[in-house]
Design a protein. Structure first.
Length: 632
């Protein structure tokens, strides 16, 4: 695992300046690769790498990595799990190796097969390969966006990096993209390929870029997520599908256990991480597992369930018991690491879990990706019940005006259930595309628009939104379309962004077995009723692996990472909100937000019906902190 950066300049008038910029960018990527770093230089390119050594930790695998001929040079972030089989193939074709690394295998595979090598890689990655003879640069990102890659180009240069803070070291104009800001206010993250800045882009998952000069910068797709149909002609039995799922996931876990440094697994006590930990424990003696508990928030504490799984599979289990003060102490460390506004508050818990885990391991397996594949979120059950409503659902629709006036909050079971029912009733009345967007959002479009000084409901925003929702254009709708949309939107730009940023901030590599592309392609082919019905979410996943889990795990409701935002905002962070980030004079001087709407939000925060206000305030806090940092 590494941080990578580089510049391809179309004229070399500022070469010395570019060299310093690359070094500055590398310094900012230190957390991603604290073990060593290096820079490659040629007439029109500079490539930098900051390395976290995981496979072949010797200097023989150091990057930038140049082949024996001196023609090709690679900088690479990620892991290729099937590198050993490719190494055997390459050796049979006459390639000679100086290291035991997947880095060298990746470079030689590209030399042999060019862009077609991407189809044969099983892993997660972003990388750049320079061809000194052709003066060309090839960049690629893995199929699902597990590893990030940002880029910027104009008539003078093309620059790239693993994080946007590194991109900004190359004298990039920092003009806020208003449509991105508007989308952020709704979702609390920014979907790609856009970023908070107008001219910086995220390379889309499953894409590559080939550069042969200023007029020849071409981006192409090499992988497409299987488009869902109704799967009505699916001919394999449920039992046979369970068997195949078991084999694919266990194989994926085994592949991800290859490491030359200490390895463990996150074990939250939920279904997904419990399955991954249980499978890994079958192949690792006394597997290290890690979970965090919340002493002050018993509603969110899953450690008793994690301990059940650890005991059942004889893992070496570590629980990090946290108080709200522990979470609060890491709040600004986590927020200040962000490159662009990102306000999924569960990132705080992920940050501290990664920080604590790094004390005992360099690599951790996680259960991320299962919810998007197998219909694990509340919105998936809501969508299913909307498509197939019964008496209860029809009653909720009728009573929605009354229910919407009742207290709603995430901070206790009753008001949280009311909040969920109200959101469900609101969504039932919308067409499929708008329903999906609303259930993905913290804030509705009209409320988000009122927060801003100028109207953003324009053609540019509309076209972006439509591109995210095009799967819903042609009826009929089914649950697999919702899962497809999640795999394209929520997974790469919320969940995987959180995992990458918070783990890499702590120099921890996180591997995600559920996102093996062979497994994903198979699961996307399954009928929706294999994944969800009125009583069960993640049906086939639970049925397949029930023998590995205690009954208490299988029968409990889903519980995500939560942090006590409402308590903080009313107490510890009250002064910070009122006197700093949402100070009236600051809001007026900043000239981005509508002061009247900010006042209304702060007032609702202290009402008996805060609803989604804490999450909306958190989004504003994160943006304001980011804005101050990047406008120095």
């Amino acid at each position: 695992m590494c941080g990578i950066t580089g510049i391809y300049f179309f004229n070399n008038n500022n070469r010395e300046k570019h060299q310093q910029q690359v070094q500055n960018a590398l310094n900012l990527l230190y957390n991603r690769g604290p073990d060593n770093s290096g820079v490659y230089s040629d007439s029109n390119v500079l490539l930098g790498n900051s390395r976290l050594s995981v496979i072949d930790t010797t200097s023989a695998a150091a990057q930038p990595f140049t082949d024996a001929s001196g023609r090709y040079t690679l900088v690479y972030n990620g892991e290729i799990y099937n590198f050993k089989s490719h190494r055997d193939e390459l050796q049979q074709k006459g390639f000679k190796f100086k290291s035991q690394s997947d880095t060298e295998v990746l470079l030689y595979l590209y030399i042999l097969k060019g862009k077609k090598c991407l189809d044969e890689l099983n892993g997660f990655f972003s990388f750049a390969i320079y061809d000194k003879q052709k003066k060309s640069l090839f960049l690629a990102r893995d199929r699902f966006g597990i590893k990030p890659l940002y880029f910027y180009h104009n008539s003078d240069k093309f620059v790239f990096a693993s994080e946007m803070k590194a991109i900004l070291e190359y004298d990039i104009p920092k003009n806020i993209d208003r449509s991105s800001l508007f989308t952020y206010l709704q979702l609390n993250y920014i979907p790609g390929p856009w970023t908070i800045f107008e001219n910086i882009r995220k390379l889309s998952p499953g894409h590559f870029i080939h550069i042969n000069g200023p007029a020849n910068v071409n981006e192409e797709k090499y992988y497409s997520l299987p488009t869902p149909g109704d799967n009505s002609n699916y001919s394999v039995s449920y039992e046979q599908s369970c068997d195949k799922l078991h084999n694919l996931l266990e194989s994926s876990v085994i592949n991800r256990l290859v490491s030359d440094v200490p390895l463990g697994a996150f074990l939250s006590g939920g279904t997904d991480s419990s399955i991954i930990s249980a499978l890994a424990a079958r192949h690792v003696d006394k597997l290290n597992t890690f979970s965090i508990g919340f002493k002050d928030e018993p509603m969110f504490d899953e450690t008793p369930y994690a301990s059940m799984v650890a005991k059942m599979h004889n893992t070496d289990h570590t629980v990090f018991n946290l108080t709200n003060d522990d979470l609060f102490d890491c709040l600004f460390d986590a927020v200040n690491y962000l490159d662009e506004p990102f306000a999924d508050s569960s990132a705080l818990a992920y940050y501290i879990l990664s920080r604590q885990t790094r004390k005992k391991a360099t690599v951790a397996l996680s259960g991320d990706g299962a919810d998007e594949l197998f219909a694990g979120y509340n919105k998936h059950m809501a969508e299913y019940l909307t498509l197939y409503p019964g008496f209860k659902e029809k009653t909720v629709s009728l009573l929605h005006p009354l229910l919407s006036k009742m207290p709603q909050s995430r901070n206790n079971p009753l008001t949280n259930k009311t909040r969920q029912i109200v959101r469900f009733g609101e969504g039932m009345k919308l067409p499929a595309n708008e329903r999906y967007w609303r259930w993905c959002s913290i804030t509705g479009e009209k409320d988000a628009n009122r927060l801003l000084n100028d109207n953003i409901l324009n053609e540019n925003y509309g076209s972006r939104k439509n591109s995210c929702l095009k799967i819903f254009q042609n009826p009929p709708n089914n649950i697999n379309k919702t899962l497809y949309a999640d795999m394209k939107l929520v997974l790469p730009y919320d969940m995987l962004t959180k995992v990458d940023l918070m783990s890499m901030a702590n120099s921890l590599e996180v591997r995600v077995p559920f996102l093996d592309h062979n497994l994903v392609n198979f699961v996307m082919s399954l009928p929706g009723n294999f994944k969800i019905d009125r009583k069960n979410r993640k049906k086939i996943l639970k049925d397949t692996f029930s023998y590995l889990l205690p009954a208490e795990i299988l029968n409990r409701t889903k519980q995500g990472f939560e942090v006590p935002l409402l308590k903080w905002f009313r107490k510890e962070l009250s002064g910070f909100i009122n006197d700093d980030v949402l100070n009236e004079n600051f809001i007026i001087e900043q000239n981005i937000f509508n002061l009247l709407e900010i006042k209304k939000l702060k007032k609702k925060l202290h009402s008996l019906n805060p609803a989604e206000t804490p999450a909306r305030i958190w989004g504003l806090i994160v943006f304001q902190q980011w804005w101050k940092k990047f406008n120095k």
